[in-house]
Design a protein around this ligand. Structure first.
Ligand SMILES: NC(=O)c1ccc[n+]([C@@H]2O[C@H](COP(=O)([O-])OP(=O)(O)OC[C@H]3O[C@@H](n4cnc5c(N)ncnc54)[C@H](OP(=O)(O)O)[C@@H]3O)[C@@H](O)[C@H]2O)c1
Length: 271
C-alpha cells in the first residue's frame, strides 16, 4: 500500500480526473479510479501501477444511477485508508433550458450534486476519525456567475461552492480540508463531448488540465485557510474581482453581456 493512503477520483478516465490521477500517483497515493469507460480506467491504472509502484484499481460506475452510486459509496466505506476524495466527474447540456431534454438536465444535477454529496458523506467518517485528509469538489467559474444557455450546469456548480463552504465550516477543527475548485476554460474533452465548437476561443484564455490540477493540489497542500473556493490561474483569478461587486451589479453586468450574445446565438424557441 502507498505510504500516503488512498485517493478516489471520479471522472478519472479523461481530462482533469486523469490529471488528478497522474499527479496523485506521482505523489505516492494509491488510487481508486471511477468513471463509466472501464477500458480507459484499466489502461490508466496499469500505467500508473508500473510507473509509480502504487496500487490502482479501476471501478466502473455511472454516477447518475442511484444503484451504481451506492456501489461507489460502499467501496469508499470499505477502503483501507482513504485520505482524498476528488468529486470531479462532470457533464453539461448545451442549449436553452426549455429546449433541452429534462432527463439530461437532471443527470447534470445527479452527477455533480447528488453524487458529490453522497460520496462525501461516505468518506467523511473515516477522514474525521483520522483527523486528516481532503475533499475536493470540482466546481467551475460558471458556478460563481449566473449565465444563460448553461443554466443547470451553472446552478449545479454553484451548489457545490455553497456546499463546500458550509461543510468546511462544520469541519473547521477536524483536520479535514475542503476545496471547491473553480476552473475556467481548460483543455479536456469536455466541450467536444458537449458538442460545442470552442476553436475560436483565444488560446490565452485556456489552461491545461495539468496546470489546473497542480495549482489545486498545491493550494490544498499549503493548507491556506480561507481558500475553500479556489480559482486556478492568475488570469482567471483576475476575473474573480468581479465577485467583490454586489450581487445585483453582477447580475446586471451578466445581463448586458447576455443581450449582446443573444444577437449571436439566438433565444429560446417559441414553438
Ligand atoms: N474543461 C473545462 O473547461 C472545465 C471548466 C470548469 C470546470 N470543469 C469541470 O471539470 C470536471 C472534469 O471535466 P473535464 O473538463 O475533465 O471533462 P472530460 O474530459 O469530459 O471528463 C469528464 C469525466 O467525467 C466522467 N463522467 C461523465 N459522466 C459520468 C457519469 N455519468 N458517471 C461517471 N463518470 C462520468 C467521464 O468519464 P466516462 O465518460 O468514462 O464516464 C470523464 O472521465 C467537470 O466536473 C467539469 O464540469 C471543466
Amino acid at each position: 500500500m502507498g505510504a500516503r493512503g488512498t485517493a478516489l477520483i471520479t471522472g478519472a478516465s479523461a481530462g482533469l480526473g486523469e490529471a488528478y490521477s497522474r499527479a496523485l500517483a506521482a505523489r505516492g497515493y494509491d488510487l481508486i479510479l471511477v468513471a463509466r469507460r472501464l477500458d480507459l480506467l484499466e489502461n490508466l491504472a496499469a500505467e500508473l501501477r508500473s510507473r509509480h509502484g502504487i496500487e490502482a484499481e479501476a471501478f466502473a460506475a455511472d454516477l447518475t444511477s442511484e444503484e451504481e452510486l451506492e456501489r461507489v459509496a460502499l467501496r469508499i466505506e470499505q477502503a483501507d485508508r482513504l485520505v482524498i476524495l476528488v468529486n470531479n466527474a462532470g457533464c453539461a447540456v448545451e442549449g436553452f433550458f426549455v429546449d433541452t431534454d429534462i432527463e439530461r438536465q437532471m443527470d447534470v444535477v445527479r452527477l455533480h450534486d447528488l453524487a458529490g454529496m453522497r460520496l462525501a458523506r461516505a468518506a467523511l467518517p473515516q477522514l474525521i476519525a483520522r483527523g486528516a485528509g481532503a475533499l475536493i469538489f470540482v466546481s467551475s467559474m460558471g458556478g460563481l456567475f449566473p449565465f444563460p444557455a448553461n443554466v443547470t450546469y451553472n446552478a449545479s456548480k454553484a451548489f457545490l461552492v455553497s456546499f463546500a463552504q458550509s461543510l468546511a465550516l462544520e469541519l473547521w477543527r477536524t483536520g479535514v480540508r475542503v476545496q471547491a475548485l473553480c476552473p475556467g476554460l481548460t483543455h479536456t474533452s469536455f466541450h467536444a463531448t458537449m458538442g460545442v465548437d470552442v476553436s475560436q476561443v483565444p488560446e490565452g484564455m485556456w489552461m491545461s488540465a495539468d496546470e489546473v490540477v497542480e495549482e489545486s493540489l498545491q493550494a490544498l497542500e499549503e493548507g491556506r485557510h480561507g481558500r475553500i473556493v479556489f480559482i486556478p490561474g492568475k488570469r482567471n483569478r483576475r476575473l474573480g474581482w468581479l465577485l467583490l461587486l454586489p450581487r445585483p451589479a453582477i447580475f446586471r453586468a451578466v445581463a448586458m453581456l447576455a443581450r449582446i450574445l443573444e444577437k449571436i446565438v439566438g433565444s429560446p424557441s417559441r414553438d
